[in-house]
Ligand binder design. Structure first.
Ligand SMILES: Cc1cc2nc3c(=O)[nH]c(=O)nc-3n(C[C@H](O)[C@H](O)[C@H](O)COP(=O)(O)O)c2cc1C
Length: 346
């Protein structure tokens, strides 16, 4: 209530990315972390026990990739009550991303448009943040964490797998439950070419080989291999994508990333901005993706796209076969009570 009617309207007057930076600083303050710990201790975390294969999740709602690009907000996600978390997308070398402003709020339709372009502090910084987090919890993640990896903007597509390899070799020692290869961002030129044909096969094959090598080097168990997908493919494109993923032994799909199709939001302020659209207006495209997944995918499926209520969560799990669900934009609009609202309908 306080967030929705007081804090969010005040924040809406400020640049969205500036707000994110503020939130990021705020969520790392020792006292705030302490308060979140106390809240979790006395009120408990939102609970909806969920099993995916042998893995247990306190609840099926995760914070989607992009909010915690470098791994320094994983503790906040844990204490806020998300059932799992995705760090990243991490790229090997630090990069600034596109010029600001590059995040826009479409308040009337509860959406965001972003063209961040994988702004990242890079692999060394991410590794240090994750190390710090794990050290606080006895050397490993206290809840299931996935790590999303990608390529630097300047790396040619043909060499993308080398960037993936560098990230995997460094980060696999933290024992994420899955490594997610992100080939679905619309804000890195040509990246989505990796969603198709031989490019896709080579990304998956080399990703798996890197993971095997990393696991034996660090003596850790093999995490799952996930791919993140785009809502901007034709039905046949999705079918082909899933077929290659199945043939190449991918364990899970995350669908979807943001869309470049702004048809539904042109009437709103900022609706014409370039970039990926997320939130409510994305939902029908993500559901269309999920429908194809339900028909032809036997592996794990994590749904993302416009989740903001308990009914949304139930719908995608019961009617679209989602094992788990992720959200980003809904959290931005609803604030700290978001996990309780979505998981328990509070
Ligand atoms: C500002 C912003 C940054 C994002 N950055 C990433 C990213 O780095 N990697 C990624 O895989 N997805 C990224 N995403 C996509 C989200 O993870 C998610 O797939 C998408 O926003 C749909 O979910 P939503 O409608 O709940 O926001 C980003 C989304 C937003 C809004």
């Amino acid at each position: 209530m306080i967030y929705r009617y007081l804090v969010f309207p005040a924040l809406s007057l400020l640049d969205p990315e500036f707000c994110h930076d503020l939130a990021r600083r705020f969520l790392k303050i020792f006292f705030v972390i302490y308060l979140l710990k106390m809240r979790k201790k006395f009120f408990g975390a939102p609970t909806m026990p969920t099993h995916v294969g042998e893995r247990y999740f306190l609840n099926p709602l995760g914070l989607a990739a992009g909010f915690d690009k470098n791994g320094d907000l994983a503790e906040a996600a844990y204490l806020l009550g998300f059932g799992f978390h995705e760090i990243g997308t991490v790229v090997p070398e630090p990069q600034a991303g596109n010029a600001r402003p590059r995040v826009f709020r479409l308040v009337k339709c509860k959406a965001l448009i972003n063209r961040l372009g994988f702004n990242s502090e890079g692999l060394v910084a991410a590794s240090a943040y994750i190390d710090q987090f794990c050290s606080k919890y006895g050397g490993s993640f206290p809840f299931p964490v996935m790590i999303s990896i990608g390529k630097n903007k300047d790396t040619p597509l043909e060499l993308a797998t080398e960037d993936h390899d560098r990230c995997i070799q460094e980060l696999i020692r933290f024992k994420p439950f899955a490594v997610v290869i992100n080939v679905a961002s619309p804000n890195t030129p040509d990246l989505r070419d990796l969603l198709h044909g031989d490019y896709l096969r080579s990304v998956i094959r080399s990703g798996r080989t890197s993971m095997q090598m990393g696991c034996s080097l660090h003596s850790v168990d093999m995490p799952l291999l996930f791919l993140k997908s785009s809502p901007d493919m034709s039905r046949q494109g999705i079918v082909d994508f899933l077929e290659i993923c199945e043939q190449e032994g991918v364990d899970g799909i995350i669908g979807t990333n943001t869309t470049t199709d702004h048809t539904d939001v042109y009437e709103f302020k900022h609706g014409h901005q370039d970039g990926g659209l997320s939130g409510k207006p994305l939902m029908h495209k993500s559901l269309a993706f999920a429908e194809v997944v339900r028909e032809s995918w036997k592996g794990i499926f994590i749904y993302a796209g416009g989740i903001s209520t308990h009914d949304d969560l139930k719908d995608v799990r019961e009617n679209y076969g989602a094992d788990l669900v992720q959200a980003y934009t809904g959290f931005v609009y609803e604030g700290p009570n978001f996990p309780a609202k979505v998981v328990e309908g509070k």
